[in-house]
Design a protein around this ligand. Structure first.
Ligand code: TRP
Length: 455
């Protein structure tokens, strides 16, 4: 492999954390997490989500970072360099990235449209209907999806993502501040406490294995795990970095942002008497109504949607970069071709996903994962978050257990660790036993096998 290739290294620990967190924090935290909470019974989902982040998130993140730093190679070459037969694992994640970007960009387009509406018209009246009407339209959502894809393409194309990373050092903390302010406004609306109770008090009668499947998928999606992206990030880390520390910090930041998004949205849903189970429209339906209740609401809305757009873009460029750098490295394409081909393909699949929210393709259902059928948008979302990424996680666990070996993995993790990595025992049991068992149970559940026994 290109050993001679000069590899960059992160300038500072802060730079690395911001880059990795920039990839992790995105529409998954701001748009998806709150609506999944609403769809999966509130507090139960949040509790299960947190448990999975602590056990699985930390363990797997540490594993991926360790492989990257040890091999100093990107995801597809890293797996191959340890064992020639496992090269396919690196390519696996690229498929996930490609499919995620297809529908991610559709949601990015919704953000662009809302930003536009806020700039032009200020607050949107009757926001829930507005959203439903808008996404079921034919041309306009595709147009905005094209705008978002074009922004992604231009950034990846122009190689200006370095500038984006610098900007994210300012934008990310700003996003955090704005989320806190919006959460405070939302929490002080009349009846907001009903929403807080729904959000934080687990109602165990709402528990089901399907909730666990949803939470697990969301952990993978939100932390960008199980697709090798973090292997590549880890490959730029210096030997003296404490990996274990980083594997705690990134999920912590990501989870804080997701929880804050919930605090900004869920209480408002209850206060305005909206439907908490409505799905993907939740953010778009509620937040404009919250801004409406704030002084300088229009300005607030503009800045907030700008920040969300930015968070989405830092993720989408990382998603597009994944197939692009693979094609450059392995297929020897030039950068220009690779960017145009993959962005183009994602645009086409995304356009179909967008049409599946309206009359054009709304009746076209796929029955792989749900006997009731899923439209293309839901299918892509489910396939990536709940199947491909957890499968990538299972492969990672098997890879570390049987191919790389715990001792070598552990030696890499210990390098640079100040505390002599006191969590080694936990990590071993978690990676070799807990993670595979959890993931296998999740797959059994999805095949309908668990419920046959437990009901
Ligand atoms: N974690 C991102 C989010 O929450 C989405 C994502 C999944 C992602 N996998 C990724 C981003 C890989 C960049 C790279 O929005």
């Amino acid at each position: 492999m290109e050993q001679s290739e000069k590899r960059g290294q992160w300038g500072s620990r802060f730079g690395f954390i911001m880059a990795a967190a920039g990839s992790a924090v995105g529409l998954g935290n701001l748009w998806k997490f709150p609506y999944l909470v609403g769809k999966n019974g509130g507090g139960v989902f949040v509790l299960i989500y947190l448990v999975i982040v602590v056990f699985l998130g930390y363990t797997m993140m540490l594993g991926e970072l360790a492989i990257g730093r040890n091999t100093k190679l990107n995801q597809y070459n890293a797996y191959r360099s340890i064992n020639s037969k496992t090269g396919f694992m690196g390519v696996f994640g690229i498929l996930s990235a490609f499919l995620i970007l297809s529908f991610y960009s559709v949601v990015g387009g919704w953000i662009c449209k809302y930003l536009f509406e806020f700039v032009i018209r200020g607050i949107i009246p009757d926001s829930q209907n507005f959203f439903n009407l808008y996404v079921s339209g034919t041309w306009e959502p595709i147009l905005w999806h094209a705008v978002f894809m074009a922004l992604t393409l231009i950034i990846v194309f122009g190689g200006v993502s370095g500038g984006i990373e610098k900007a994210s050092k300012i934008m990310m903390p700003t996003l955090l501040v704005f989320l806190i302010i919006i959460a405070v406004r939302s929490l002080t609306l009349p009846n907001a406490m009903e929403g807080v109770a729904y959000y934080l008090k687990p109602d165990f009668s709402k528990f089901s294995f399907q909730v666990v499947v949803a939470a697990m998928g969301q952990v993978f999606f939100s932390l960008s795990m199980g697709m090798g992206v973090l292997v590549t990030y880890g490959s730029y880390l210096k030997g003296e970095e404490d990996l274990s520390n980083n594997a705690l910090t990134i999920p912590a930041i990501d989870t804080i942002v997701a929880l804050l998004a919930g605090f900004a949205i869920i209480p408002a849903v209850f206060s305005f008497g909206m439907e908490v189970t409505q799905g993907p429209g939740l953010l778009f339906g509620t937040l404009p109504a919250v801004f409406d209740q704030m002084p300088f609401g229009q300005l607030f809305g503009i800045i907030f949607f700008l920040l969300v757009l930015f968070a989405g873009l830092t993720s989408s460029i990382s998603l597009l970069e994944s197939p692009v750098s693979w094609a450059i490295d392995s297929l020897k394409w030039n950068r220009k071709t690779a960017v145009i081909v993959f962005a183009g393909l994602c645009f086409i699949i995304g356009a179909a996903a967008s049409l599946s929210m309206g009359p054009v393709l709304g009746d076209f259902k796929i029955y792989w994962f749900d006997p009731k059928g899923q439209v293309i948008f839901d299918f892509l979302d489910y396939l990536t978050a709940n199947i491909l990424m957890p499968l990538g996680g299972l492969l990672l666990s098997l890879f570390i257990t049987f191919i790389w070996g715990y001792d070598r993995a552990f030696a890499e993790i210990r390098k640079g660790s100040k505390s002599n990595f006191s969590m080694g025992g936990f990590w071993k049991i978690s990676m070799m036993v807990l993670v595979p068992i959890m993931l296998i149970l999740v797959f059994l559940q999805q095949m309908g096998i668990l419920s046959r026994f437990i009901g």
